[in-house]
Design a protein around this ligand. Structure first.
Ligand SMILES: O=C(CO)[C@H](O)[C@H](O)COP(=O)(O)O
Length: 210
């Protein structure tokens, strides 16, 4: 099981500062969608150059023109690129094909997918690397989480690794770990804490002992 730090509400210098503090405790750093919107793929490039030993995920949430967008994110240095599970099979195939060419990986974000069980089975057949259940900020605000969805994809996904994201905090991490995802994605549960280093270190400890 691995830990991914999601950076959503920072600029590039801010991202570098957080990563410097928590690098020993994380496996992957995510350049979040808002950061890419604000700063462009330059954010991915600068973070990869500053932290070459860390895997970098570009959270582009691709919906179309997938091959092209995966190519551009790969050129910027992304190791993993995200595409939406709600996108067309042709787009997901295009993303996978380009990622294979570039030696990169694809994470499918299942945010807003209604028929989760069926779509997870279909996406799993398309050769993606990760399938991620995700409660976005708007539904987190309504008190939702993805823990039941994680158990659902764990049942049906046979090839890809499983991941979970959305509002995971130190208190809820043990329940997440129990469902045995391959990747736990945490944003505010680390970045929103007064002591980010302590939060990341404790999360890594719980994950490693699982
Ligand atoms: O992709 C995202 C939002 O669309 C976030 O990166 C993801 O939800 C993790 O952040 P948090 O733990 O703060 O919810």
């Amino acid at each position: 099981m691995e830990l991914q730090l999601a950076l959503d509400l920072v600029d590039i210098p801010g991202a570098k500062q957080v990563i410097k503090d928590v690098e020993p405790y994380i496996d992957i750093v995510e350049i979040g969608t808002p950061v890419v919107i604000n700063e462009g793929l330059r954010a991915v490039k600068e973070i990869k150059e500053a932290f070459p030993n860390l895997r970098v995920l570009a959270d582009l949430k691709i919906m179309d023109a997938a091959g092209y967008e995966v190519m551009k994110a790969s050129e910027a240095g992304a190791d993993i690129v995200t595409i939406l599970g709600a996108s067309e099979d042709a787009s997901i195939r295009g993303a996978v094909e380009e990622a294979r060419k570039q030696g990169r990986q694809i994470l499918v974000d299942m945010i807003a997918v209604k028929n989760l069980e069926q779509r997870a089975r279909e996406v799993d057949e398309l050769g993606v690397d990760y399938i991620c259940v995700h409660t976005g900020y708007d539904l987190q605000a309504a008190g939702q989480n993805s823990f039941e969805d994680l158990r659902t994809i764990k049942r049906v996904v046979k090839n890809a690794k499983t991941a979970v994201a959305g509002g995971i905090k130190l208190e809820s991490l043990p329940e997440v770990i129990q469902a045995e995802p391959d990747l736990v994605i945490v944003g505010g549960g680390i970045t929103g804490q007064a002591d980010q280093k302590a939060a990341a270190s404790e999360m890594q400890r719980l994950i490693r002992q699982a």
